[in-house]
Design a protein around this ligand. Structure first.
Ligand SMILES: Nc1ncnc2c1ncn2[C@@H]1O[C@H](COP(=O)(O)OP(=O)(O)OP(=O)(O)O)[C@@H](O)[C@H]1O
Length: 568
């Protein structure tokens, strides 16, 4: 359905108590920034009935003074801290040496490539600079900020990251998704890192497939398209047809030398983070080394397609066991032509869940699409060995037959029943504004074994969620008319809220929790991120639906959620 006519944007500034949107999950997204630019607090106004929230953003100075008075602890360094760091020095040196030995000659190769990349981007900068000078007229023209910042300015840094390849492209994606950690210009620029890795020539891809199969390609495939469907930083995907059955498939191929590059780069980044954390103990609060270790672990998992194949199989078993074959699908994996470096899968045909026009042309009721996607995904949290932990729109499709297609199981999460039970109570307490239940849920998730004053924690949580003033909100109203239709145009509205503000709210939650000694498991952050994706799809496909409270959705066994705010 083509969008016609009016596309109207209006900007709304809400005052105290103004209602903004019914989308509670907008309010969360985890990033571990010790100094957010905004402190955002939000409150759900009896969302059970009205589905409204009112939101307030405090200015930086307000938030700093408030957070200092409420939560800060003394940071002054003392002699014992200095001694502690000195004691750590031998371990740091040993760690660095060990990591360098593990990296081996790969490190030297990457160093050379790094220097080449730097020279390449440096040349770009020099060319741009001399061009800007040659354009100068008699009157002196100021040199742009970008040129002044040199290679550290967003476009040149992105170009450097792209030249450095896989690891840095993934890091670029991390920057793009962490607006509370990095300045807006960098976040915006690094958004372009998505799916922009140049394709590897087919001759190299062919060689990898042949090497992995230990047979010529035409022994297995009737045809392989030399033009890739997609080329991301780690893998390249080609469509193909199986020789035995004529089945249309795709082959996901690990790009050449990618494992070596990842190991060398991640070891380098690890060493840098270790040194930074040693030099600046403040960074320890952000668990910089922990974050780098996490990134390293998940990136190395992504380059072993046997793991991805096992994850797909687990999801397919879940769909079958739960009788969901008519609702959802993950591609069948052809194990006889899949290895650590290549993955041959059934080809799916569909459109991303953000493509509203195509979705409305495929199904009469897009709302049902999101209901199904949510039910299948929520169900997998408890009934499948792992859950899909990267449900961005490229990985979640509406298939031509109306089913939901789940693609790319490179990143999955596992949630313990204990964390899940706590998560259920957390989501329920958020909707019902029951801060004691919220405090108990967070304590359960951040399990410290310490005694925590639940009532005091609940009061602090309430302060966060109730001191609400205003939020910049953009409402997009689109009018759409069917191609042959004279009927009245359907109007859909979409509320867009600044992600940075949402991130900051979640940060606040994490910070207050940390001041009580709580540390959340990684799966909590992974879950929240997926819920945020689903929240976006819901706002697009079912603007009037509250995904946490709709009767058609079995969110966290939501019948129980409404009646019970305690642990089983
Ligand atoms: N089974 C499939 N059927 C059809 N297309 C597929 C299939 N698997 C992958 N693709 C296509 O290839 C693209 C990249 O695949 P995939 O997401 O698995 O790779 P990736 O390297 O992890 O990419 P990203 O990092 O962007 O998620 C998908 O977005 C999709 O367009």
């Amino acid at each position: 359905m083509a969008a016609t006519g009016m596309r109207m944007r209006m900007r709304m500034r809400t005052g105290v108590g103004a209602t903004v949107s019914r989308s509670p999950l907008l309010l969360f997204h985890l990033h571990l920034n010790p100094r957010p630019r905004f402190m955002v607090v939000a409150r759900s106004m009896h969302s059970r009935k009205s589905n409204k929230i009112k939101v307030k953003v405090l200015s930086q100075s307000q938030s700093q003074s408030q957070s200092q008075s409420q939560y800060s602890q003394s940071q002054a360094p003392d002699a014992s801290l200095i001694q502690e760091r000195l004691n750590e020095l031998p371990r740091l040196v040993e760690d660095i040496l060990q990591t360098s030995i593990n990296t081996g000659p790969r490190g030297a190769v990457r160093l050379v490539q790094g220097v080449q990349a730097l020279i390449g981007v440096g040349t770009e900068w020099i060319n741009d600079f001399s061009q800007s000078q040659s354009q100068r007229t008699d009157a002196p023209r100021p040199i742009s900020n970008q040129l002044q910042l040199g290679l550290l300015s967003p476009p040149y840094l992105r170009s450097l990251f792209e030249r450095m390849g896989a690891t840095y492209i993934k890091l670029g994606q991390f920057i793009a998704s962490a607006p509370t950690l990095f300045p807006a210009e960098y976040v915006e620029e690094f958004q372009k890192c998505f799916d922009r890795a140049p394709p590897v020539p087919f001759s190299q891809i062919e060689a990898i497939i042949r090497q992995e199969l230990q047979r010529p390609l035409d022994a297995v495939y009737q045809y392989v398209d030399p033009v890739p469907i997609a080329s991301a930083s780690i893998a390249q995907v080609h469509s193909a047809r199986l020789k035995s059955s004529g089945q249309e498939v795709v082959i996901k191929v690990l790009k050449p030398g990618i494992e070596d590059i990842l190991v060398a780069d991640l070891n380098f980044i690890y060493v840098v983070s270790r040194i930074l954390e040693f030099l600046n103990p403040e960074l320890r609060r952000t668990s910089l080394v922990g974050i780098v270790k996490d990134i390293k672990e998940s990136m190395l998992e992504e380059v072993d397609f046997r793991k991805e194949a096992a994850n797909i199989e687990a999801f397919r078993r879940y769909i079958e066991t739960m009788g969901l074959e008519r609702q959802a699908k993950a591609p069948f994996v052809y194990t006889h032509c899949s290895t650590k470096r290549i993955l041959t899968m059934e080809r799916l045909y569909g459109v991303p869940l953000t493509d509203l026009d195509s979705i409305t042309s495929l199904v009469p009721d897009p709302e049902l699409t999101i209901v199904t996607a949510l039910n299948v995904w929520f169900g997998s949290l408890i009934s499948c060995e792992s859950f899909h932990a990267d449900v961005h729109a490229g990985n979640l499709w509406l298939l031509r037959d109306g089913r939901i297609g789940f693609l790319d199981f490179g990143i999955v999460g596992r949630i313990s029943p204990r964390t899940w039970a706590a998560m259920e109570v957390f989501l329920a307490s958020f909707a019902s504004e029951d801060y004691e239940a919220m405090a108990s849920a967070l304590i359960e998730m951040g399990a410290t074994g310490k005694d925590i004053d639940v009532a005091a924690f609940a009061r602090d949580l309430e302060k966060i969620f109730s001191s609400i003033q205003e939020l910049d909100t953009e409402i997009v109203i689109a009018t759409r008319r069917g191609p042959n239709s004279n009927s009245a145009a359907a109007v859909s509205a979409n509320v867009v809220v600044d992600d940075r503000q949402m991130n900051a709210l979640f940060l606040d939650l994490v910070r207050v929790s940390e001041s009580y000694g709580l540390r959340f498991p990684r799966e909590f952050a992974l879950l929240m991120k997926q819920l945020l994706y689903f929240d976006r799809y819901t706002r697009l496909l079912a603007p009037n639906m509250n995904m946490l409270q709709d009767d058609r959705i079995t969110v966290v066994s939501n019948r129980r959620m409404r009646n019970m705010n305690t642990f089983p």
